[in-house]
Design a protein around this ligand. Structure first.
Ligand SMILES: NC(=O)c1ccc[n+]([C@@H]2O[C@H](COP(=O)([O-])OP(=O)(O)OC[C@H]3O[C@@H](n4cnc5c(N)ncnc54)[C@H](OP(=O)(O)O)[C@@H]3O)[C@@H](O)[C@H]2O)c1
Length: 218
C-alpha cells in the first residue's frame, strides 16, 4: 500500500477498500439478513453500471462478474423468499432451485412458456392483480403469514420503485459494475418521483475485478 502527497495532505492509495470475502461463511456473516419484529424485513439486491444503467444489452446479467454472482447466491441463502417482478422473470429466465421460495408479482399471468422458473425449482407463489396492481403491503403480509419473513427483492426497477414508494424497503445491496454502457437502459428504480431520502451507508467492499459492493440502510 503506498502513500501520496495530495494537495498538502497525505492520502492512502492502494487497497483501501476491504475485499468482498471469498469464504462463504465470512460472506454470510457480513451479509446476515436481519429479521424484524412482526413484519418482513425487505432487502433489495441490485446491480448498476457506472453510468447508472440496470442492464447491459437488456439484462442485468450483462453487468455481472464473479464476485457479484457469489454475492447474489450468498444473499439467496440468507433469504426465505425472493420477490421479483414478472418482467424480470421474462427478461432473465428465473428460478430458485430448492431455496429460497420464489414470489412473482404480475398484473396478469405468468406461465412456463415465458422462461419462468425453467429449472424445476419449487412452484412460485404468484400474486396477480387480475388486470390491476396488487398492494405490495398485502403481498408482504401474506409472505409473513407463510413464515417467509426475510424477503430478498431482486427487482426489477418497476417493482423496486413500487416497494420504495410504499416505504417497504429496509435495505439496498448495490453492486456497481466497472462498466459504462450508455444507451437507454433503466436505472435500478423506475416509476414516479420519490421523496428525496437519505440512506445510511453500512458497508463498502470491492474486488480485484473493480466491482464495488455497498450496503445501504433506511
Ligand atoms: N440491475 C439489476 O439489478 C436488475 C434486477 C432485476 C431486473 N433487472 C432488469 O430490469 C428489467 C425489468 O425491469 P422492469 O422494471 O421492466 O420490470 P420488473 O420490475 O421486473 O417487473 C415489472 C412487472 O412486475 C409486475 N408488477 C410490478 N408491480 C406490480 C404490482 N404492484 N402489482 C402487480 N404486478 C406488478 C408487472 O408485471 P406484468 O407485466 O406481468 O403485469 C410489471 O410489468 C429487465 O431488463 C431485467 O433484466 C435489472
Amino acid at each position: 500500500m503506498g502513500h501520496r502527497k495530495h494537495l498538502g495532505t497525505w492520502v492512502t492509495v492502494g487497497n483501501v477498500i476491504p475485499p468482498l470475502p471469498h469464504d462463504a461463511a465470512d460472506l454470510a456473516e457480513l451479509y446476515r439478513h436481519p429479521v424484524a419484529d412482526g413484519r418482513t424485513y425487505v432487502r433489495a439486491n441490485m446491480i448498476s453500471s457506472l453510468d447508472g444503467a440496470a442492464t447491459a444489452a437488456g439484462r442485468s446479467g450483462g453487468l455481472g462478474g464473479d464476485g457479484d454472482r457469489r454475492l447474489f447466491q450468498a444473499l439467496r441463502t440468507q433469504a426465505d423468499v425472493v420477490l421479483v417482478g414478472a418482467a424480470t422473470v421474462r427478461a432473465e429466465g428465473y428460478g430458485t432451485p430448492g431455496h429460497p421460495a420464489l414470489a412473482i408479482v404480475t398484473r396478469g399471468t405468468v406461465d412456463r412458456t415465458e422462461r419462468l422458473y425453467p429449472d424445476g425449482g419449487a412452484e412460485p407463489i404468484v400474486y396477480s392483480g387480475a388486470g390491476s396492481s396488487v398492494d405490495l403491503r398485502d403481498v408482504l403480509a401474506d409472505l409473513y403469514d407463510r413464515g417467509l419473513r426475510r424477503v430478498l427483492a431482486e427487482g426489477g426497477p418497476g417493482v423496486l420503485g413500487a416497494l420504495l414508494r410504499d416505504g417497504l424497503v429496509d435495505e439496498l445491496c448495490l453492486t456497481t459494475a466497472p462498466m459504462v454502457v450508455g444507451g437507454a437502459g433503466k436505472r435500478i428504480v423506475s416509476g414516479p418521483d420519490l421523496p428525496v431520502d437519505r440512506w445510511r451507508r453500512a458497508l463498502v467492499c470491492g474486488d480485484s475485478d473493480g466491482y464495488l459492493y455497498t450496503r445501504w440502510l433506511r
